[in-house]
Write a protein that binds this ligand. Structure first.
Ligand SMILES: [Fe+2]
Length: 287
């Protein structure tokens, strides 16, 4: 309860507040809150529920220029929009022969491949064939399109920092003039920069994001198992951070990305309580 100083009458106090409202001002001591309760709720999206609906969406729409991407978003029950207050995750389906047309946007995107082979994402002209477990980045304002030249449906998890960028009023979007951007190489980013501590000797990093945008599962898997043989964290168990090979820092400015093997070393304490994460399950099972 706010203590009044007694220098004004109740009528004068009401006039004061009417005056502040009329002037576009609000007295910060009214309804003051010292804590803000998080609105994001813990929630598990079950693959057994989602997968049939993702496949069924292939009978509902196609990713043409009206639809752009055939995705089902992971809607947090505590929010009007988004999977968390900073991340929007979605499950995307691309059927054989389909093209999700080329565009770019300021929100950064990641793709975690869940099922299928034969599809590729082109990032700035680099054709990246995707396999289950792969991580593919499309950093802010990079051209990207998805194409399935295989024979089976392809499903992956998209993660974008759209809620964060929207709150910063910094969301911009542009369509490429053609549905597919020109191909200038195949797997070039992966072949140039995926050797861990080794990178091209003649190049300086001049991009605000990792020049490696395709992290193959076979490399991630092998690295996790090597780490499990020697060490683990009490919070993350066996977890490795995807890093920019040019700087050693995070691959993206707004995303921290970990790959973990939570059964390799047994029980652990889980992440710190302030940590907010989306955890896509890929192999195995657990709680
Ligand atoms: Fe996109």
């Amino acid at each position: 309860m706010t203590q009044l100083l007694g220098r004004v009458s109740p009528e004068e106090e009401n006039q004061f507040y009417e005056g502040t409202e009329a002037a576009g001002l609000r007295a910060a001591w009214m309804g003051r809150r010292l804590e803000r309760k998080p609105q994001v709720e813990p929630f598990a999206w079950r693959w057994s529920n989602a997968k049939p609906l993702v496949l069924r969406s292939g009978d509902i729409v196609t990713p043409d220029r009206d639809v752009e991407r055939r995705v089902l978003r992971l809607a947090n029950p505590g929010l009007d929009h988004g999977t968390t207050h900073t991340i929007s995750a979605a499950l995307q389906l691309l059927l054989p022969g389909e093209n999700a047309p080329a565009h770019r946007h300021t929100p950064t995107a990641i793709r975690w491949v869940l099922q299928g082979t034969g599809a590729y994402t082109t990032v700035e002209g680099d054709k990246c064939y995707m396999e289950p477990g792969d991580l593919v980045l499309t950093p802010s304002w990079t051209w990207h399109d998805h194409n399935n030249e295989g024979t089976e449906p392809m499903i992956w998890l998209d993660g974008l920092d759209t809620p964060l960028v929207n709150n910063l009023e910094a969301t911009f979007y542009e369509q490429f003039p053609e549905d597919q951007q020109p191909i200038v190489g195949v797997g070039e980013s992966e072949r140039k920069y995926a050797s861990g501590a080794l990178r091209p000797a003649w190049e300086d990093s001049n991009t605000p994001y990792s020049p490696l945008w395709h992290y193959k599962w076979e490399r991630s898997h092998a690295a996790l198992h090597s780490l499990a043989e020697v060490d683990c964290s009490p919070f993350d168990d066996v977890a490795m951070e995807f890093s920019d090979p040019a700087t050693g820092g995070p691959v993206l400015t707004n995303h921290g990305l970990l790959d973990s093997d939570d059964q390799a070393r047994g029980e652990h304490q889980g992440p710190p309580p302030h940590d907010q994460r989306g955890v896509p399950g890929f192999q195995g099972q657990g709680t």
